[in-house]
Design a binder for this molecule. Sequence first.
Ligand SMILES: NC(=O)c1ccc[n+]([C@@H]2O[C@H](COP(=O)([O-])OP(=O)(O)OC[C@H]3O[C@@H](n4cnc5c(N)ncnc54)[C@H](OP(=O)(O)O)[C@@H]3O)[C@@H](O)[C@H]2O)c1
Length: 422
Amino acid sequence: MKTLKIGICGWGNVATGLFNALSENSAVIKDNSGTDFHIEVIGARRDNPKCDPGSTKIVRDIFEVINHDIDVVVELIGGVEVARELILEAIKNKKNVVTANKAVIYHHGDEIFQSAKKNGVRVLYESAVCAGTPIIKLLTEELAANKISKISGMLNGTSNFILSNMEEGSEFDSTLALAQKEGYAEPDPAFDIEGMDAAHKIGILSSIAYGTSLPPEDFYVEGITEIQKSDFHYAMEMGYTIKHLAVAKLDKNNIELRAHPALINLDSHLANLKGVRNGMEIDTDLIGKIHIAGSGAGQESTASGLISDLVHLANTPSMKMLQKSSDSMKYELSLFSELVFQYYFYIEAEDIPGVMASITSLLASKSVGIESIVQKEELSGNCVPIILITDPFKEDDYSSLKKELLDLESVRDIRSIRIESD
Ligand SMILES: NC(=O)c1ccc[n+]([C@@H]2O[C@H](COP(=O)([O-])OP(=O)(O)OC[C@H]3O[C@@H](n4cnc5c(N)ncnc54)[C@H](OP(=O)(O)O)[C@@H]3O)[C@@H](O)[C@H]2O)c1
C-alpha cells in the first residue's frame, strides 16, 4: 500500500480534528483510498491540551515542517500573511499544500496557484469553502461537463442560524448571543454577521466556476445586522423568507458577484435550509439545478474536507489544479449599480391622511413601478408600517429613492431588502 507523508502546520481546533479523524477512521480511509496517510511532523508553537500527538514529532517553528521528508504540508494556522509566506515557501520546496484557509486563498489565490504550477506541485482547498460539505471538487470535477449559470446559497452558518431563529420569532441580539453560547459564532462575530465570511467563499467559488481573479475585484457585501424580526412576518405574508445569500451568476459576458440579505420564495429549496448548515443551489445546463447542504464548520466536518484533498493528492497523479486552465474562460465582474432588483421596503410613517399618496407619487416621479403597497395595523405613537414591493429597477437609483422616501415629512423610519429572482 502506498503512503502519503504529511506535515501539519498549526495545532489548534482543525488540526486536532484532522489528527483524530486520521487515526479513528484510519481503516475506512485506507480501504477507500488504498493509501496509508502518515503524519510525520506537526508544527506547533505550543502544546495542545486537547490532543495528545503520541509519538508524532513536534517542532516549534512551523516553517521547519517544510524541511522534513513529507509529500504535503497541511496549513492550518489561519490568518493571511504568515499563511501566504508558509504556503509559498512549501511550494518553493516542491511540497504539495492542503489548506482550510479561505482568507489566504481569497486574498492570494492567484499568486499561490501560479507558483504551484511553476513548481509542479498542487494546492488543494476543499475545506476552505463550507468545510467538509463537498463543493470545490463538485464544481471542478463532477460538474466539469456543465456550463454553470448561477451559484447561490447561504455560505455562513452563523448568519443562517440567526435568520432561521428570527423566522421563528426570536430577536437578533438574543439569537446572536445563543450562537456564541453554542460555539457557532466567534466571540467577535463581525466577520460572520457583516457578510465577509460568505463573501470570501463566493469569491473562491466564482474563481473556480468563472475564472474570476483571487483576490476578486471589489464587489457588493452587506450583512444581516439591519434585519428585524417583523421583516420576517411581513415577508412571509407575501410568500417570502429572508436569507443571507451569496451569489455568483453569469450575466451575458460578465459575472454578478454579491453577498447580501435577500427575500427568497418560501417554497424554494434554499428557503427550507434552516439552522447552522450551509446550503447551495447550482444552476447547470446539463443536469438543471443541483442542491447541496451540510455542515460548514467544525473540526470533524473540516477534517473530512482535508482528508478528501489528501486522498485526491494520493490518487490523482496528474497535475490537475482546481482552477480554470484557460485564460479565455476568464470574466470581468458586472457593476453592481447596473443590476436590477425588486425591493421590499418597510416604511414607518405617521398615520395621517395623504401619507400613501406622498409615497406613491414619489415612486411615480422616479418611474419606479409598484407591485404592491399595504398599510398595516397601527403601531404605538400614531405610526403605521407600510409594506411596499416595487417592480424591478436599477440598483443605481435605489439609494436616492431610499433617501427621498426618508425625507418625506411623514416618514420616520425605513428599511429595505432586495428580492432574489428565481
Ligand atoms: N474551525 C472551523 O470550523 C473551520 C472550518 C473551516 C475552515 N477553518 C480554517 O481552518 C484554519 C484553522 O482554524 P482553527 O479553528 O483550527 O484555528 P485555531 O484553533 O485558532 O488554530 C490555529 C493554530 O495555528 C497556530 N498559529 C496561528 N498563527 C501561527 C503562527 N504565526 N505561527 C505558528 N502557529 C500559529 C495557533 O497557535 P496558538 O494556539 O499558539 O495561537 C493554533 O495552534 C483557519 O484557516 C480556518 O479559517 C476552520
